[in-house]
Design a protein around this ligand. Sequence first.
Ligand code: S3P
Length: 435
Amino acid sequence: MKTPSYRVEAGGGLRGTIVIPGDKSVSHRSVLLGAIAEGTTEVEGFLESEDCLATLNAMRNMGVSVERPAPGRVVVDGVGLGGLAAPTAALDMGNAGTAMRLSMGLLAGQRFDSTLTGDASLTRRPMERAAMPLRLMGARIETTGGRPPVSIRGGGALTAIDYDLTVPSAQVKSAILIAGLYAAGETKITEHAVTRDHTERMLRAFGADVRTHNGVVAIAGGQRLHGTRLRVPGDISSAAFFIVAATLAAEGAFVIEDVGVNPTRTGVLEILKLMGADIRLTNERRFGDEPVADLVVKKSALRGIEVPRALVPLAIDEFPVLFVAAAAAAGVTVVSGAAELRVKESDRIAVMATGLHALGIEADPRPDGMRIVGGRLGGGTVDSHGDHRIAMAFAVAALKAHDRIDIHDVANVATSFPGFPALARGAGIAIDELR
Ligand code: S3P
C-alpha cells in the first residue's frame, strides 16, 4: 500500500498570524478525567486528532456518553469513579502512548478485566515503566514481553505507594496519580526531573486535592472528581514547528496565538533562545489552570549550543524540530540525557540522524542524544518511519534547503496535528501532500 508523502519545495518565508490546534496532552486528560468525574464536563478547543479520539472512543467503549456538538467542543457525561462499564473488546489506542499509559492507571482501579492494544509503533513501546508501579499498588497487570497488548485484571484493591519516578515520564506519573484516586491511602511520587504537570493541574480543576512540594506529588485516594468546564490551550509541541520555521525564515514578525506556555513545556523556547532565537511572549493569560500566551517570532541567525540537560524533559517532544534548527545553525549542537527519544513513536535519534545525513548534514547519533554540525542543507528524500513529528520537522527543514525535500510515510501527522499541511502552506511553507 502506498502511504502518503509530503513534497516540500526549497525556500519560502513565514508570514502572518496562525492559531494552532489544541494541546494533545491536555485533550487526552480532559476526556479521561471527565469520564470518571461526577456530572458534565464541557471541553473547548479539544484536539480532534487520531490520538485523542482513541482516548475518547475508549471512554465511549466503557459506557460513557461523549458528545461532539461542534468542532473542538466535547461534552462528557461523567459516570463517577466507579461508573465505568466493562468494554466488550480490547481498547485500541492506535499510535497513542499517552492514551495507553494513562488508561493503564485508570483500568488498574476498575472491577472489570480489560485489554489495551495499539498500532505497529505503539506495540513496540515500553509499558513496564507504568505496569511496575501499578503492580506495587496491587494491580494485576500483564504486558506482552514489556509491550502491548496489556491485560489488566479487575476487582482487586489498590493501596497507595511512595514511588521514586526514575524514568522522567509524565505518562507514568499520571498513570500512578489516576490509580491513586482508586487506592487506599496517600500516593506519593518523587520526581527527579520536572515533567509536564497537566494531570496535577487538571485534577485540581476537577476539585481534587493534589499537593506538590519539593519534587513530590501527593494524592489521597477516594477523592471524587466534579465535572467542570475546560478550555484547551494551543499545543506548544505543534507550535514548535512554526516557531523554528519562523526563526529560520520569518518575513517580519510571525505570530502564533493562544499557545499553552505551562512552564513544564516551554523548554523548546528556552533552548531556541539560547541558540539566538527572537521569541517574545505577549498577551499572557490563563485558560483555567493552564498559562497561555501569543508568541511573536522573528527571523534570527541561530548558533549551535550544548543543550542543558535540565531542559531535555521540558522539550522532549520538540527534539525532531530542534535537530533541524541545529542543522541550520552555525556551529555544533550537542544533546545528551535524551535517551527517551529512542522509545517515542519512532527511535527519534536514529531516524532523525538518517534523515539529516540524507540532506547532507553531519549528525552523530549517540545512545542518549546527538551531535549535529550545522551546515548546508541539501534536498533529498527522507523517511519519517510513520512518526508525525519527524515528518513535520523535515517539512520545516525545506525552508533552509537548497533543493526539494520529499518526506515519506506521513499519514500519522493526523495523530497530533490534523490540518498541518494546509496551515503550513498558508503560512508560507511550499508543501504539498501526495497520496
Ligand atoms: C506526554 C508525556 C511525554 C510526551 C508525550 C505526551 C503526556 O511522554 O512525550 O508526547 O501527555 O503525558 P513521557 O511522559 O513518556 O515522556
